[in-house]
Design a protein around this ligand. Structure first.
Ligand code: HEC
Length: 105
């Protein structure tokens, strides 16, 4: 009786444990982009940028090698455009964001 209950408990636990794999860097980068960049930039493969003059993220690699953005992001992106606020990202956030951008190439 107790054993059965324990066994059921164990199975229930296994079933409710969230996916063991932590979200990967690209997924975190996407979440970051959605939270911080998506109100102006298109961050997916298809849509238009909500702010027309902001380049969709999928086109960035046509203008720069994605890795070259690392430095710009680390120093705080400054585009010389008043519409784009300055951002300073942590190294981890940069890594995640670049991983995501590479999935759009
Ligand atoms: C308030 C709107 C806004 C937000 C939020 C925003 N951007 Fe931008 N971004 C722009 C605009 C507008 C441009 C185009 C600037 C230009 O071409 O002068 C731009 C350009 C860029 C460029 C290209 C720079 C260049 O020199 O061509 C990059 C890279 C970029 N944004 C990254 C980001 C990232 C990463 C985020 C989120 C952390 C973000 N942006 C959030 C408006 C925004």
């Amino acid at each position: 009786m107790l054993q059965t209950a324990l066994r059921h408990g164990l199975i229930g636990l296994l079933l409710t444990t969230p996916a063991l794999a932590a979200p990967n860097a690209a997924q975190r980068g996407k979440a970051y982009a959605r939270a911080n960049c998506a109100r102006c930039h298109a961050i997916d493969r298809r849509s238009e940028s909500p702010l027309k003059i902001a380049p969709p993220f999928r086109t960035l690699h046509q203008r720069y090698p994605i890795d070259s953005l690392q430095e710009a992001l680390a120093e705080g992106i400054y585009t010389g455009h008043a519409d784009m606020p300055a951002f300073e990202l942590e190294p981890d956030e940069i890594h995640d964001l670049l991983s995501y951008l590479k999935t759009l190439e």
